[in-house]
Design a protein around this ligand. Structure first.
Ligand code: TYD
Length: 682
């Protein structure tokens, strides 16, 4: 398996979140091309299969029944196997799951034109849907492994627009292909009877393309999930069942995940109401004839696309939690208005902002889930979301029109005006009520969560960058990452450039610090309360900053320090679970806001580092592998969030090679520093 180290050289200098860097990112653009082509193919295939069964069914009534049956065949897998789909996405190699699902779906679609009868098509549709049930959660759960956290919102916008935006194009392509197939049919008798074959083959080819794209992906999984995955028993029926149960327990116990899921699922009910009532509403409530519904769908699609596209912009201005329920309530408000409109033009006018609200809700929900759900639960979380959303949609598709029919027509005359309170409008209003309820439910859930949750890491804002003559460079990394050697080599190099260098290390570097170091690291010390540990590291650090680092910096020297605040963030914050917020606040005080000009993060995977470390482990080295995995992930996370401060250097290979890479990072800050010095005189 490729290591994260291969992916991260790009990280430190990556620009802030934007669509361009995302679409040109080699990994994400591969997945994106896979999604683009296969969703397009999927829509073409969807229309083709519908047309195929309608034709095979024969007659208007029977054809309609056949279409309903094929829809049912597509829905059934979610109901039957939904809970297990996520387990596969979490426990098996996601890349392999996607490839196998793609190739199998391709083969099934390609064979569809040769099937003897309707039942065979129902069966194939059922199996295809089972495979999609594996593919989608695996894809959703992989996105956080492909893009940095700050790009998640953009990645979701692009993903959802790609999946749903290709629908109209798919319809157009089908029409075109059916025409071409009919022309071929005049020559080849067999195809004369099945004009859908070209569209189905195209769909099959798109799945082949998608498999090829996914093949080239490198889904780096983080150290914690790798370690967990290595420790759990093999997947079998019993363990799959337990895992599914555990996924549900996770969902129940996580307030954020619960709130988001309920919100998204109920928003789907609202969408279901609009889709199912739309045609009746357009035709009978606003008398817009047979084309009216088309206008509503176009308006909705435009709005939804805009909403998804707006996400990046909006989330920079409004907190995501707020954005989520505000856009949901906004969409509900528009639904109320739209249902009350007397003409199709006015109704379409309100359908656009409703689409914007739905699009925003959707992307925000996805992004928040990806940001907050750990890798090992992500597949199940997304599977649950997808399945519940589908089932709700299906229920809504049936329930709302039924209700409209039961209520029937009610025209009220007030004064000289006619007011229409017929079933269609009432049912749409009820759909709005459902969405409003969902909005308030999510709001309450998220509010409770906010009170309990510490604020995220925001070191850049917290530690101000002070003007000082020297340069402060720290070296960080897991056990056995080779910091000691690299600090020495870096010192020799910086001296060769003619600068005064001070080398120091943490904990230690002062008489007081060295005494503390002995106490902290000696295995004989035994178990120490995490807070006590964090305070001791901070105490040693405070002394070092005052006695050694600040004086050297004020004399214009280059200070190289083996470990600093980021060690505490990774080891005590993440490893011991104290949280980044508290640890960074404590260290802000201890160092009086001193922040390095450059952090060189020597990245090696924790398993490899530990195998390099000596035979005599100290108190912290002897922690178990999952502790070190948390530390390693925390370091990468810090690097990802602070690209301007942290330079990630691949720590594998001979020390001289690693030193070459370190030199490049050093040169950048030293050059910047030298430019700063010459500026006032020139
Ligand atoms: P280090 O000097 O790297 O030890 P060694 O020379 O044996 O590699 O670091 C000492 C240990 O202290 C290391 O396991 C990490 C830990 N540590 C923390 O947990 N928090 C901190 O803030 C610091 C500075 C170190």
């Amino acid at each position: 398996m490729a290591t994260a180290a291969e992916q991260i050289p790009e990280l430190p200098h990556s620009p802030p979140a934007g669509l361009r860097p995302l679409l040109t990112d080699p990994s994400f653009s591969r997945l994106w091309r896979a999604m683009l082509v296969s969703s397009l193919g999927d829509w073409v295939g969807f229309v083709a299969v519908t047309a195929l069964v309608a034709r095979l069914g024969g007659g208007a009534a029977k054809g309609g029944l056949a279409v309903a049956a094929v829809m049912l065949a597509r829905l059934l897998p979610s109901v039957l196997f939904g809970p297990f789909a996520g387990v596969f996405a979490d426990r098996l190699d996601r890349r392999r799951v996607m490839i196998i699902a793609d190739i199998s779906r391709g083969v099934l679609y390609a064979s569809m034109p040769f099937m003897p009868g309707l039942w065979a098509i129902f069966l194939l549709s059922f199996v295809i849907e089972c495979l999609s049930l594996l593919w989608t959660p695996a894809k959703d759960a992989s996105i956080p492994n492909l893009v940095p956290r700050r790009q998640l919102a953009n990645a979701n916008s692009i993903g959802l627009i790609t999946t749903y935006g290709t629908l109209p194009l798919g319809g157009a392509i089908y029409t075109l292909l059916a025409g071409v197939a009919a022309a071929i049919g005049t020559r080849v008798a067999y195809f004369h009877h099945s004009p859908e074959f070209l569209a189905l083959w195209l769909d099959a080819a798109t799945f082949g393309f998608s498999a090829y794209m996914v093949w080239g992906l490198n889904l780096r999984r983080n150290a914690v999930s790798r370690v967990r995955a290595a420790n759990v028993p093999k997947l079998n029926l019993r363990s799959a069942f337990d895992e599914a149960k555990e996924g549900y327990r996770f969902l129940r116990e996580q307030p954020l995940v619960r709130a988001m899921t309920i919100g998204v699922v109920m928003a789907f009910a609202g969408v279901g109401a609009v889709i199912s009532l739309g045609p009746i509403f357009a035709r009978y409530s606003v008398n817009a004839g047979s084309t009216g519904f088309g206008y509503l769908i176009i308006a909705f699609g435009l709005g939804m696309g805009a909403g998804m596209g707006l996400m990046g912009f909006a989330s920079r201005r409004v907190e995501k939690e707020k954005l989520f329920y505000v856009s949901m309530l906004g969409a509900a408000g528009c639904l109320f208005l739209l249902a009350a409109m007397p003409s199709i033009a006015l109704a379409a006018l309100f359908t656009v902002p409703m689409g914007v609200g739905v699009g925003l809700t959707w992307v925000t929900g996805y992004t928040m889930l990806q940001e907050n759900v750990a890798d090992e639960y992500r597949g199940r979380t997304f599977a649950t979301l997808t399945i519940s959303a589908r089932m709700t949609l299906f229920l809504a598709l049936v329930a709302f029109p039924a209700m409209a029919a039961v209520i029937g027509t009610h025209i009220v005359h007030v004064g000289g005006r006619t007011l229409d309170f017929s079933g269609t409008r009432d049912a749409m209003w009820l759909g709005g009520v459902v969405v409003v309820a969902a909005g308030f439910l999510s709001r309450a859930g998220l509010k409770r969560l906010r009170l309990a949750r510490p604020r995220p890491l925001a070191l850049v804002g917290r530690f101000h960058h002070e003007a000082r003559p020297g340069v402060f460079i720290t070296f960080e990394g897991v056990e056995g990452s080779g910091k000691g050697t690299q600090v020495q080599m870096a010192a020799a190099y910086v001296r060769s450039l003619g600068r005064d260098v001070v080398v120091t290390r943490e904990p230690g570097g002062t008489g007081f610090g060295d005494r503390l170091r002995d106490t902290i690291l000696n295995p004989a010390t035994g178990t120490v309360d995490p807070r006590a540990e964090a305070l001791l590291f901070a105490a040693a650090r405070a002394q070092l900053v005052t006695a050694v680092i600040r004086p050297a910096l004020s004399e214009g020297k280059v200070v190289l320090c083996d470990r600093f605040v980021d060690s505490s963030l990774a080891y005590q914050g993440a490893g011991r679970g104290l949280g980044e917020q508290d640890v960074s606040a404590l260290n802000d005080w201890a160092t009086q806001g001193l922040l390095p000009d450059l952090v060189v993060l020597l990245h090696v995977e924790p398993e490899e580092g530990l195998s390099r470390a000596g035979s005599d482990p100290d108190r912290i080295e002897s922690e178990d592998i999952s502790f070190h995995a948390r530390v390693s992930d925390a370091y990468l996370h810090i690097a990802e969030e602070n690209p301007e401060r942290v330079s990630v250097v691949d720590g594998t290979g001979p020390p001289v090679e690693v030193h070459q890479r370190v030199q490049a990072a050093l040169l950048r800050v030293l050059r910047r520093d030298a430019e700063g010095r010459t500026e006032p005189t020139s």
